[in-house]
Design a protein around this ligand. Structure first.
Ligand code: NAD
Length: 485
């Protein structure tokens, strides 16, 4: 039986209250272990450790020394790759074939790619003054302080390190609150930090839930200087209220209801392959995933038929099954939510093209959080299934007649995270992409990421951008030093 403790000031600690909660496998609902739930005391200890570490040996490191330490962390994750992989797959049930290509390598890469974040030129302006001697302005960046990192369960290591990497590179210290569903890799990362000589207090982890638990205690702690959050829009709203007290900065990466736009001049096979991935990888639990697909009428039937063929080929199975490319949802609770949308789709008048239910996985797996990959057609645009984020392996496909109509349908949502445009006409690609109300527009691809570029959402999908220089803006305080000559 595993035990997941908090990682505070370089040590693993249990909750003083003795309060724990169960961590169960979504594959078969078996018990993985007990997770300690942080109370106010543990969160306070973690935040104070992070605050103290800002003035300790961490602050004396040069940028190059810090960068070298981050590179070492990435190397150590890769050396312990199999342990991270096993931990992530146990928590999430996702196929090893996926986690070994995405979650763990990209999780490690976040430390390497962001190691040199601070090596970015700051601004400098020479100005005239009435005495003719002038003055020089120099932009100077300092760490923001203690960063609270609140992360979700869908890509646990990857999304957490996407924040921890640049935060540490900029000289901050962090307190991480991983999702209650996926405590394992954040816990393991504590060992790596110690092995790499990261000073105590620089990286801390507290476990627990959101309201009245670790999440709320952390985001309302007065010594937290900024909060970076990835999760549901509704949770983001609550965290922003907490951050308003003391006027703390927030970075919000929230939900999406992302469209795919498939034009008749696309490479059909490329569009099918990309849309399949964007709707069904990670059992549809990707914030950037496509839940609404708009297809030009002349290729609609052909596209739908090919999608159904490909969905029928998805192989459900345990993470370690080398042939499986489709795992369960993260929890039974989330399965209930997704299943309720499957039922709602029928009530709202959808034609279920494929899937729509809970598969029979056999006696050994039937207690797990399995669900069928699903395609619908025929829903009106005001259906709740079209308007609300489901976060499951499903999409609705609908025909359109003109480019203008496709853009209007795609933008008709309160979210604005991402879109995928499929066309071989590059002028059209740019024209459409420019009109999409999103933070990320992919053309003939999906989830292709260069970490130097901005990442984040428009509208209710988020506030601010991370990645590259954008992360630097969030994770540092810029001071203008004006020197009169
Ligand atoms: P969630 O909002 O339920 O939880 C995210 C984190 O917030 C968890 O650690 C949770 O414990 C914590 N939390 C919950 N309530 C809180 C509170 N009141 N105070 C402080 N912390 C609180 O999200 P989830 O279900 O874990 O993740 C799925 C959601 O995340 C989806 O909406 C998805 O679109 C979104 N997401 C967005 C991105 C992005 O980059 N935009 C990436 C991945 C996931």
């Amino acid at each position: 039986m595993k035990e997941f403790k908090h990682f505070i000031n370089g040590e693993y600690v249990a909750s003083a209250s003795g309060k724990t909660f169960e961590n169960r496998s979504p594959v078969d609902n078996s018990l993985i272990g007990q997770v300690h739930e942080a109370g106010e005391a543990e969160v306070d200890a973690a935040v104070r450790a992070a605050k103290a570490a800002l003035k300790g040996p961490w602050s004396k490191l040069t940028q190059n020394q810090r960068a070298a330490m981050l590179n070492k962390i990435a190397d150590r994750i890769n050396e312990r790759f199999d342990e991270f992989l096993a931990a992530e797959c146990l928590d999430t049930g996702k196929p090893r074939s996926m986690a070994s290509h995405i979650d763990i390598p990209r999780g490690a890469a976040n430390f390497k790619e962001f190691a040199d974040s601070m090596n970015h030129p700051t601004e400098g302006f020479r100005m005239d003054t009435p005495d003719g001697k002038g003055a020089v302005n120099v932009g100077h960046r300092t760490p923001k302080g203690v960063i609270a990192v609140v992360s979700p369960w869908n890509l646990p290591l990857l999304l957490m390190t996407f924040k921890v990497g640049p935060a540490l590179a900029c000289g901050n210290t962090v307190v991480v609150k991983p999702s209650e569903e996926t405590p394992a890799t954040a816990t393991l990362l504590g060992e790596v930090m110690n092995e790499c000589g990261v000073p105590p207090g620089v990286f801390n982890v507290v476990h627990g839930f959101g309201p009245d638990s670790a999440g709320a205690f952390l985001t309302s702690h007065p010594l937290v200087d900024a909060i970076t959050f990835t999760g549901e829009t509704r949770t983001g709203e609550i965290i922003m209220k907490a951050a308003a007290v003391g006027l703390r900065n927030v970075s919000m990466e929230c939900g999406g209801k992302n469209p795919g736009l498939v034009f008749a001049d696309c490479d059909l096979e490329k569009a099918v392959e990309g849309t399949m991935r964007s709707a069904f990888v990670n059992c549809g639990q990707v914030c950037l995933g496509t839940e609404r697909v708009y297809v030009e009428r002349s290729i609609f039937d052909q596209f739908l038929a090919r999608m159904k063929e490909e969905v029928a080929k998805l192989k459900l199975g345990r993470p370690e099954d080398p042939d499986a490319n489709f795992g369960p949802l993260v929890s039974l609770e989330h399965r209930d939510k997704v299943k309720s949308y499957y039922d709602l789709a029928r009530e709202e008048g959808a034609t279920v093209e494929i899937g729509g239910g809970i598969p029979d996985m056999g006696a050994e797996l039937n207690d797990g959080a399995w669900i069928e990959p699903t395609i619908w057609t025929g829903l009106p645009e005001d259906a709740r299934v079209i308007r609300e984020e489901i976060f499951g392996p499903c999409c609705h496909i609908r025909p359109f007649d003109t480019e203008e109509e496709a853009i209007e349908l795609a933008n008709d949502t309160s979210y604005g995270l991402a879109c995928a445009i499929w066309t071989e006409n590059s002028a059209r690609a740019l024209r459409v992409a420019e009109q999409m109300e999103v933070g990320l527009a992919w053309v003939n691809s999906w989830f292709l990421r260069d970490l130097r570029t901005s990442f984040g959402g428009a509208k209710q999908s988020g506030i601010g951008r991370e990645g590259g220089v954008h992360g630097l803006e969030f994770y540092t305080e810029t001071k203008n030093i004006c020197i009169k000559l």
